[in-house]
Design a protein around this ligand. Structure first.
Ligand SMILES: [Ca+2]
Ligand SMILES: [Ca+2]
Length: 247
């Protein structure tokens, strides 16, 4: 940061222009250059749709940066509209049925937005502040195969680090791709265990989550874990999974 408001003024005046000038369609996308004569060859190569997509991505990225500099909620709202357009148009629009799939589910918000160019940043803004931790789904496996129709549980280890003690996590709050921790019997104890799974001398927390509660679909490969510590701090971690077919 230069501390010079000259640059900040340029950013805010451009961001304000983006919001006021009507370059953003109510559907969320930003108008691309639409000249047809001089640009015709280029248009044939890339297509108008791709240009709109790129233009939308660039402007949304700029507006996101402007939001981070200024905290102006209107900029973030415009970015979210643009992100919704990109996510729905590029990833979840079914041309056969005309259906657009949308969900407020946090795992899906994360999965979707993490697939667009500035999406991870956006998902973080939408889902709030948290501490990022390392997790290891199925500590004995690198592939982490999950059969969704299995009636069992899947172990997920929340790993400790020099700055984070995983044993402070409340197992009741753990959600891995929407799946909660299994309770043992009628006693109301959640199935979790303190164990050093990666042999770094720091105790980790292994929780057994219920497989059939997974809100993850074949083809998706990232599972998001969310939880809270007993002190109320939010944590989040991701690991890859391999969804295997019914046997
Ligand atoms: Ca693993
Ligand atoms: Ca450890």
């Amino acid at each position: 940061m230069t501390g010079d408001t000259k640059y900040l003024n340029v950013v805010t005046s451009f961001a304000d222009w983006c919001l006021r000038s009507g370059v953003q369609d109510p559907a969320g996308w930003f108008y691309a250059y639409m000249g047809i004569d001089s640009d015709w060859e280029w248009s044939k190569i890339y297509g108008v749709r791709e240009r709109i997509t790129r233009q939308t991505t660039w402007l949304a990225k700029g507006l996101l940066a402007a939001y981070q500099l200024t905290g102006n909620q209107a900029y973030l709202d415009a970015v979210v509209r643009a992100g919704d357009y990109l996510v729905n148009d590029l990833l979840t629009y079914n041309p056969d049925t005309g259906e657009v799939y949308r969900s407020q589910d946090r795992q899906r918000v994360y999965t979707y937005y993490s697939q667009i160019p500035f999406g991870k940043l956006m998902a973080e803004l939408l889902l709030g502040v948290y501490i990022e931790v390392d997790i290891d789904i199925m500590p004995r496996s690198d592939l982490n195969p999950i059969n969704l129709s299995s009636a069992g549980v899947i172990p997920v280890a929340i790993l400790s680090s020099d700055t984070f003690d995983a044993t402070t996590v409340d197992p009741e709050t753990v959600s891995l791709a929407g799946a909660g921790v299994k309770m043992a019997g009628k006693g109301g104890r959640y199935l979790s265990q303190e164990r050093d799974v990666n042999k770094d001398g720091l105790m980790d927390l292994v929780c057994e989550v219920i497989t059939e509660e997974f809100l993850i679909e074949p083809g998706q490969s990232v599972a998001l874990l969310e939880a809270e510590t007993y002190d109320g701090l939010s944590i989040r971690g991701v690991d890859t999974v391999w969804i295997v077919a019914d046997i």
